[in-house]
Design a protein around this ligand. Structure first.
Ligand code: HEM
Length: 487
């Protein structure tokens, strides 16, 4: 505990996150594959052994489930959504119904809307650069783009939604729904990882103290807003013929037998999708542009791939329609090999969810000779897992060829094939991220549009050496100022 308090005091812009810094400090930067974190009442297992993680996703997966306290702690904002409810029949049925949002034709429509909007945003930015407005915060810029994309996919809304009142430290400010949601996520993470709360399970369902009461109010505001969206949409749809109804997530729920008569369940899943999709995808993309800016050769290779695919010397000549055609799901599976490797390496070097939320085993079970007691919280630490030098030689270097089977970088430090669970940014097994394929496709569609339009200059000299961390569990997020140049 004293070590933890000492670590908390050293927080600065390059501090990773409280949990990771604590482990690094406690083990002198060499975090072992199995750690028991005794800040938790009966200990929490932190695992980074790829063999163990693989077993948990495969042969032992039926014993794994979510840590039940996460459900109780998050019930006020996520209700009965699939994120934290146990892996029972109700969860499986909901997950099956929700998966239909990602069927190929629907996904293609969503991706087309996203690309079209992002293309227009980029054109606006180009105009701003021409007028001298060329400095911005990379995270914020990408965050706004992704929010637009998520909004279109979930609510079918292209225009900016109304600002909502957010309360913090006794003050109310009006925030866009995206900023509001990110703040709520960070308040929720703070609440659930509070060392006092961790040790007093009885507090899980209560909001204690001023800061938590404010969070409770913010959660309510967001949920009420989604309730209103549902009602408005129901009314609007009544006036439309079935073929006129837009394909978005909310309309899918409004037509689904399992959800359509239960507004509360719809709010639960809309909140979860917004929460699960926005910060993760924003982090993945803003990290990508940082690593491309730092790795000129990789950036040039991506641009060369774009030129090859379009058969053009100048990428600025590519029209919106051409982008939509060449970035379609069918073309994506046949072309864009280099881009796909870059996207994977980016998720490897800095997984947007740095670790999973706590899991448990539902009965005492032996995995790789280790007895794992029922109910003890277990966390897989993806950041440590994916920077393991035995599996990923020179782990801090950005090398897309690690994902090219014909490259020497495809092999681990012993020259052998890498262990399958060494790369696991989306968790695995039956609780694998529901939006995995969608998220990967969104990144693959947006990245080339931006790479072909801008060069970024990282303005703060310290950031050129080291990027302040961002992503789920990496709070607070520091701005990363960049200057944009039109390509
Ligand atoms: C790069 C982007 C993304 C990453 C890295 C990511 C990662 C993850 C991870 C690690 C989990 C496990 C959560 C846990 O630890 O409990 C998860 C779950 C989930 N994700 Fe994602 N995610 C991404 C994007 C998305 C998107 C775009 C959506 C929806 C459109 C989505 C929907 C979900 C849902 C619904 C779950 C819960 C699944 C269940 O428990 O059955 N994610 N994601």
């Amino acid at each position: 505990m004293l070590t933890f308090l000492k670590v908390l005091k050293t927080q600065d812009e390059f501090w990773e996150d409280s949990h990771y810094e604590y482990l690094k400090h406690a083990f002198n930067n060499e975090i072992p594959p199995y750690v028991i974190d005794f800040r938790f009442p009966k200990g929490m297992l932190v695992i980074t052994d790829p063999d163990f993680i693989f077993e948990s996703y495969t042969t032992k997966n039926k014993f794994f489930d979510k840590y039940p306290r996460s459900y109780t702690i998050n019930k006020k904002n996520l209700g009965e959504s699939i994120l934290f409810t146990p892996s029972d029949e109700v969860w499986a049925q909901k997950r099956k119904h929700l998966s239909s949002a990602f069927y190929k034709d629907k996904m293609q429509q969503q991706l087309n809307s996203i690309m079209s909007t992002i293309y227009d945003t980029i054109q606006e930015t180009i105009q701003q650069i021409k007028q001298g407005q060329d400095e911005l915060d990379l995270n914020e810029y990408i965050g706004k783009m992704i929010l637009k994309a998520v909004q279109i996919c979930i609510f079918g809304v292209h225009e900016q939604l109304e600002n909502l009142p957010f309360i913090q430290n006794g003050k109310t400010e009006l925030l866009s729904i995206g900023v509001m949601m990110n703040r709520i996520v960070s308040q929720n993470i703070k609440r659930s990882s509070n060392i006092f709360r961790i040790n007093f399970e009885i507090l899980d369902q209560y909001f204690v103290g001023k800061a938590e009461k404010e969070l409770e109010q913010n959660n309510l505001t967001l949920r009420r807003f989604i309730f209103d969206m549902i009602n408005q949409r129901r009314q609007k749809n009544k006036a439309l013929k079935p073929e006129e109804i837009h394909h978005d997530f909310l309309n899918m729920l409004l037509q689904d037998d399992l959800f359509k008569d239960n507004d509360s369940l719809m709010v639960d899943e809309c909140s979860t999708f917004m929460l699960a999709a926005t910060q993760t995808t924003t982090t993945a993309l803003s990290n990508l542009f940082f690593y491309l800016t730092k790795n000129e050769t990789v950036k040039t290779n991506v641009r060369n791939e774009i030129k090859d695919i379009f058969g053009k010397k100048l990428i600025s000549q590519i029209s919106k329609e051409e982008w939509l055609q060449k970035l379609s799901l069918d073309e994506m599976s046949n072309q864009w090999n280099y881009l796909c490797m870059v996207v994977q390496e980016n998720l490897r070097i800095e997984p947007p969810a740095r670790r999973c939320t706590p899991q448990i085993v539902t009965e005492d079970v032996e995995i790789l000779g280790k007895k794992i007691p029922k109910g003890i919280p277990i966390v897989f630490h993806f950041l440590v897992l994916q920077r393991n030098a035995k599996e990923w030689p020179e782990p801090f270097k950005f090398i897309p060829e690690r994902f090219d089977p014909s490259s020497k970088h495809f092999l681990n430090a012993e020259g052998k094939k890498r262990k399958p669970a060494s790369f696991s940014p989306f968790l695995g097994g039956r609780r694998i991220c529901l939006g995995k394929t969608f998220a990967e496709n969104v990144i693959k569609c947006i990245a080339p549009l931006i790479v072909s339009s801008f060069d970024f200059e990282i303005l703060k000299p310290e950031h050129q050496q080291r990027k302040p961390p961002n992503g789920v569990f990496a709070e607070p997020v520091y701005p990363m100022k960049v200057r944009l140049y039109e390509q």
